[in-house]
Design a protein around this ligand. Structure first.
Ligand SMILES: [Zn+2]
Length: 199
């Protein structure tokens, strides 16, 4: 049985770079992959962009109301290069999936027997789980944390939204990095101290 994997980490933990590397590894062995990006992530339009400068277009730009499993099936019917099957489905910025789309990703893994690897952020700027990430935590067969370092050298686990005066505490859950907001991956101590919670 194929599995649903969730690889989560704070911003800048190399998730997209890892995704593109996995895609490359499959393709080097002449196996086809399908890359999915949520349309909620407007950064780079349909491109999946890693901070190292590597990018490639997503095969599916998934809108919140769209069925993930149907989108994969439709793509397999459209594209001749997928005739021999899809070796893996890779999802970038998976925190932006709806819980229903995560359930559909599980169906792709279990019922369609295609491994699905979702990469995403666990929590938002207020340290609350994104709905998609919460559902992934609940149903993924395998969870893997991807690590990155805080400015102090400790492991970063939170994604602080930064303003001129420091950490911003209020606002919309989704504001795209580099577009309408700026973020910094921080450890819990730096997050709490920067928020004025510690004394
Ligand atoms: Zn720190």
């Amino acid at each position: 049985m194929s599995k649903l994997f969730f690889r989560y980490g704070a911003m800048n933990s190399g998730k997209t770079t890892a995704l593109l590397q996995v895609a490359h590894n499959y393709e080097e062995r002449d196996q086809s992959v399908v890359l999915i990006k949520s349309s909620v992530d407007t950064k780079g339009d349909d491109q999946i962009v890693s901070r190292l400068g590597v990018s490639r277009p997503a095969d599916v730009l998934l809108s919140p109301g769209q069925d993930l499993r149907s989108a994969c099936r439709a793509l397999r019917e459209q594209r001749v290069d997928l005739d021999s099957g899809v070796a893996c489905v890779l999802i970038d910025e998976a925190q932006f999936l709806t819980p229903e789309q995560v359930d559909q990703a599980l169906e792709v893994a279990v019922l369609d027997e295609i491994p699905v690897v979702a990469f995403g952020i666990r929590t938002d700027f207020q340290t609350r789980a994104f709905p998609g990430s919460q559902r992934l935590m609940e149903v993924a067969h395998s969870l893997q944390e991807m690590k990155t370092i805080c400015r102090c050298g400790n492991k970063a686990i939170f994604n602080a939204r930064m303003g001129e005066e420091g950490i911003i505490r209020e606002g919309e859950q989704v504001m795209i990095d580099g577009d309408s907001a700026r973020y910094e991956a921080l450890c819990a101590r730096c997050y709490l101290e920067g928020s004025g919670t510690a004394s």
